[in-house]
Design a protein around this ligand. Structure first.
Ligand code: UDP
Length: 316
């Protein structure tokens, strides 16, 4: 049976990775999904297990990485991504960004595959340029608690460019800004999942700091579309992917209140160390090169995420 392209997704049972597996299967790819399940979840890919074009391998990509047969694309998405997770798993985070990226690039070189690296807005740290264009080099504290993620991803970008320049590997780098939606882990500690879980369970919403810090929240279907377009595009420079609609954390509380139609109690907790004050992507490059921009409004995305959590029995 002749199949379409053959793609490997590391972190394929994670939040973004599993949505990417779905998209690649829809596009006619044969998909090999690798995950060590430290923050991934088999439930996210359970519906794909019977599919002839899908294979799951439980594996740690920081170990020697090899798969039989040809590969056209490697999407390197393995990593803890929530601040709570990467501070709980600091060594694994550093290892998957460094050793894991090295292994994925080595496999890309061996197979002549194109590699898409999942990088992050965290490469900009607590930014002193706002909004953040790809040309900004960032403001990162290497020895702070977030350094384990930020520096791992910065190293991963440097390693990716080295494999491109030195070995001629075809590479793409996505700088992914805050993304939310179905398959976020209810207890992953990020602001959207925390607020929705707290609201649905009748607990106060935990605002860190005074809630005037900003983020720009992208719904997962928009993100996956941007990632797929980037994978298929030309051009090796990093591309910001995110929703430029910037909101304060207080705005996010108000959005959840508006959707649920009631006032919500808020408790103010200390702001974590090195928490970025502001964050908003400049997506000019994504617009020009990928013809991409997000379509889903925050409120619509929150409604879908609430429905997902309710479907898992939250607040029942
Ligand atoms: N935050 C909050 N309450 C929470 C969780 C997070 O106020 O329960 C804040 C956090 O301090 C940060 C923003 O929300 O300013 C986004 O945090 P998140 O952990 O989602 O991701 P980050 O963008 O910091 O990587």
């Amino acid at each position: 049976m002749s199949r379409g392209p053959r793609s490997l997704v590391t972190g394929g049972a994670g939040f973004l990775g599993s949505h990417l597996c779905d998209r690649l299967i829809q596009e006619g790819h044969e998909v090999i999904c690798i995950d060590n399940l430290i923050t991934g979840d088999m439930d996210h890919v359970a519906h794909l297990l019977g599919h002839a074009g899908f294979r799951f391998i439980k594996y740690d990509v920081t170990e020697y990485l090899y798969v039989e047969g040809p590969l056209n694309y490697i999407l390197h998405f393995a990593s803890p991504a929530s601040p709570v997770d990467y501070q709980r798993l600091p060594i694994q985070t550093l290892k998957v960004g460094s050793l894991g990226t090295h292994k994925a690039l080595g496999l890309a070189k061996a197979k002549g595959a194109r590699l898409l690296l999942a990088s992050t807005s965290e490469v900009y740290g607590d930014p002193q340029v706002h909004p953040q264009p790809e040309s900004y080099w960032g403001h990162v504290n290497p020895v702070g608690p977030r350094g384990v993620y930020d520096e791992a991803k910065r190293f991963a970008e440097a390693m990716t460019m080295a494999y491109h320049r030195y070995h001629g590997v075809e590479t793409r780098i996505a700088r992914i800004f805050n993304t939310f939606g179905p398959r976020m882990r209810p207890h992953d500690g990020r602001v959207v999942s925390n607020f929705l879980m707290q609201a649905l369970e009748g607990r106060p919403l935990t605002v860190y700091g005074d809630g005037t810090q900003t983020r720009s929240f992208c719904f997962v279907s928009d993100m996956v579309d941007g990632l797929f377009r980037l994978l298929m595009s030309s051009g090796v420079e990093p591309v910001n992917l995110g929703n430029p609609a910037e909101r304060s954390i207080r705005d996010l509380v108000a959005a959840v209140e508006a959707i649920l139609g009631r006032r919500l109690e808020v408790t103010f907790n200390p702001l974590p160390q090195d928490d970025p004050r502001v964050r908003r992507p400049d997506i000019t490059r994504a617009r020009e090169r990928l013809g991409w921009e997000p379509k889903v409004e925050l409120e619509a995305g929150l409604r879908e995420t609430i429905a997902y959590f309710r479907g898992k029995g939250v607040g029942a």
